[in-house]
Design a protein around this ligand. Structure first.
Ligand SMILES: [Cu+2]
Length: 443
């Protein structure tokens, strides 16, 4: 293997360190290009230096999440967690700190077209299943990647064994909303929770077209401009698979019969609780899961909110992806939806506009959509509520199949909906501050 493309590093440090690999590639350890070019792509030769390099550090391990009806018996999962902010990325430190403490869904990855991306994945192993020696990978679904080495399909490249690290390199050239997942024994690992959204902001971002400076695509005319964006992953959870993996029992995947229907790994009304972002004051959902098999500390195991907050008149971009195994039809009654992107492609053929307006979105497994809507004016006659930002109108972004608005076949709190549903809150006055990152919450 050419070390310029990344490296597998053991905990014993007999192998060259990650620092050595990055130096060899002309990349500073702080994550900026310091000299010359970064060589990548098998046999493709040198390429121009990119504007910047973003480095992300992720761990893969197991853990538990809390779903309706299983509050006292949390559901076993595999997953990814972002440890970039931890200054110590040694395998020994990561194992001691995070093994058995994963999350679902995976962190949302936010990249910029043309920038170099490094994602270092460390496989910490599984606490509940020390007998399972499964590797993990990162597969960027739908990404037109030239290098199989970084594609994460283990049968044709490499995977990351327990106790090892691998740095994946990407330079995305196509804007859009994608998804990412582990591709190792993927039917199992995807259902077990190793799924998330990755999106690429277009090079057009930062220019001003009309009143917008942020866009879903390089549209040239501002037609995909937005004020706020939200990344929401549609998924299902089948208890049999998760309990079977926990208890060392066989599962027949073709018997798939999920009982939970989730947005970002949560069921309504948990979907409307804030994010759990470390270091972000005010963002703590309070969703904790006792980690019975590792220690007594509760985990912030479902950190990704699906709450959509907007001011009247703002244009909102929903970055949607389905990484379950079923098709879902989603509705937003009261607000028309404008579909401008599909599977990381602008819906346009030459000069022909292929975007469409709908009241029902259909997403199959492995599909993504970019959906714009305009937040309506505040209307005192509509259903409303109030939170720390003040009074709001509420619109429900929900699955159109009522069976998927339940959990374990039961309704939610008070006999209301559960499952695949969240709220769009449109506030009276302009109370929502400017968004500084995707899916930011303010309650
Ligand atoms: Cu995996």
């Amino acid at each position: 293997m050419d070390h310029r493309h990344g490296g597998i590093i053991g905990p014993d440090q007999r192998a060259p360190s990650r620092r050595d690999f990055l130096k060899a590639a002309g990349i500073g350890v702080a994550g900026t290009v310091v000299a010359g070019t970064v060589v990548g792509g098998l046999g493709r030769g040198a390429r121009p230096a990119s504007a910047a390099t973003t480095s992300v550090s992720l761990i893969a391990t197991d853990g538990y999440i809390t779903l309706p009806g299983r509050e006292s018996n949390p559901v076993y999962v595999f997953g990814f967690r972002d440890v970039t902010s931890d200054p110590d990325h040694s395998v020994s430190h990561l194992v001691a700190t995070y093994k058995g403490h994963t999350q679902m869904s995976a962190p949302t990855l936010d990249f910029l077209e043309g920038n170099d991306m490094q994602i270092t994945l460390t496989n910490l192993g599984l606490v509940q299943r020390p007998d399972l020696t499964d590797s993990h990978t990162i597969h960027w679904h739908g990404f037109d990647i030239p290098s199989p080495l970084n594609d994460g399909v283990p049968e044709v490249s490499v995977a990351v064994p327990i106790g090892r690290q691998l740095t994946y390199f990407y330079r995305p050239h196509r804007a859009g909303t994608y998804m990412w997942h582990c591709h190792f024994e993927d039917v199992e690992h995807v259902q077990m929770g190793m799924t998330g959204i990755v999106f690429v902001r277009p090079a057009q971002d930062g220019t001003t077209i009309g009143r917008f400076s942020k866009f879903a695509y390089n549209d040239g005319d501002g037609s995909t401009g937005y004020d706020r964006h939200f990344a929401i992953l549609l998924n299902e959870v089948w208890s049999h698979y998760h309990d079977g993996d926990r208890d060392i029992q066989e599962t027949i995947p073709t018997d798939y019969n999920p009982e939970w229907f989730t947005l970002n790994g949560r069921c309504y009304p948990q979907t409307t609780l804030p994010n759990d972002r470390p270091g972000s004051p005010g963002e703590s959902s309070g969703i904790t899961t006792p980690n019975a098999n590792y220690d007594d500390a509760p985990d912030k195991s479902q950190p990704n909110s699906s709450l959509i907050q907007a001011n009247p008149g703002e244009r909102v971009l929903l970055r949607l992806a389905d990484l379950g195994y079923q098709q879902h039809s989603m509705q937003l009654p009261g607000i028309p939806m404008h579909v401008v992107g599909q599977d990381a492609s602008l819906l346009r053929d030459g000069a022909k506009d292929l975007s469409y307006w709908t009241n029902t979105l259909y997403l199959g497994p492995g599909e993504a959509r970019d959906v714009l809507f305009d937040a309506p004016a505040y209307n005192a006659l509509r259903p409303s509520g109030s939170d720390s930002l003040g009074p709001y109108n509420v619109y429900y972004f929900k699955n159109r199949d009522w069976r998927r608005l339940s959990s374990l076949g039961a309704p939610g709190p008070g006999g209301g909906p559960s499952g695949m549903m969240t709220e769009v809150r449109v506030y009276q006055g302009s109370r929502v501050p400017p968004q500084t990152y995707v899916s930011q919450t303010y309650v």
